[in-house]
Design a protein around this ligand. Structure first.
Ligand code: ITT
Length: 206
């Protein structure tokens, strides 16, 4: 099945392509069809994922998968959340964003540095699909005091996994793809897709 991946984020693309590679999907990046950006005007991860999926499906005339994700920090009442990619500024780099987060938490005690990644992953068969498949998952961790590791992307060098005593950037790509928020949401989505008869809107359990 041909499907367009509605992301301009190279890190997400790499992870989702690796997860989908063994399956019967031909995964095409959105950049093959359009360079146009779509404004993420939603107020939730799910809304933004749907905006991106519909935009990519319209451009590619193919089913689309989109991911909207971010990091929620408890001491910051869930910020940066849906604004994670633009936390330091509209054009912020991953390094700008994680340095801003470290600065914001400079006076926050270790026990209060809890955080989680959240991922909304959606699948639309067409741009105006009225029954999109929607999955959400989280990955719990803490915000470290300094960057460690070179893997992953985004906030991974400061996303500390206390039970492993590693940051997400110190995990191998395969290990991250076994446990991350994105990996969990994709497993849910694949289960829904497996339960869906071709050409119908019905989902598993209905
Ligand atoms: P697209 O909208 O094109 O997919 P984006 O980077 O703008 O790319 P989002 O709006 O969903 O995507 O923002 C997600 C941000 O959350 C991302 O830029 C990272 O800063 C962070 N993030 C999400 N998942 C992450 C992960 O697995 N590891 C590290 N940071 C992550």
């Amino acid at each position: 099945m041909r499907v367009v991946l509605a992301t301009n984020n190279a890190g997400k693309l790499r992870e989702l392509q690796a997860l989908l590679a063994p399956l019967a999907f031909e995964v095409l990046p959105k950049s093959q069809f359009t360079q146009e950006e779509v404004a993420e005007t939603g107020t939730s991860f799910v809304e933004n994922a749907l905006i991106k999926a519909r935009h990519a499906a319209r451009a590619a005339k193919l089913p689309a998968i989109a991911d909207d994700s971010g990091i929620e920090v408890d001491a910051l009442y869930g910020a940066p959340g849906i604004y994670s990619a633009r936390y330091a500024s509209a054009q912020a780099s991953d390094a700008d964003n994680l340095h801003k987060l470290l600065a914001e938490l400079a006076n926050t005690a270790d026990a209060l540095r809890t955080a989680r990644y959240r991922c909304a992953l959606v699948y639309v068969r067409t741009a105006d699909d009225a029954a999109p498949l929607i999955c959400e998952a989280t990955w719990e961790g803490q915000i470290a005091r300094a960057s460690r590791g070179t893997g992953g992307f985004g906030y991974d060098p400061i996303f500390w996994l206390p039970e492993r005593r590693l940051t997400a950037a110190e995990l191998s790509a395969d290990d991250k793809n076994r446990i991350s928020h994105r990996a969990q949401a994709l497993q849910q989505l694949l289960a829904l897709l497996r339960g869906q008869s071709p050409g119908t809107h019905s989902q598993a359990g209905y």
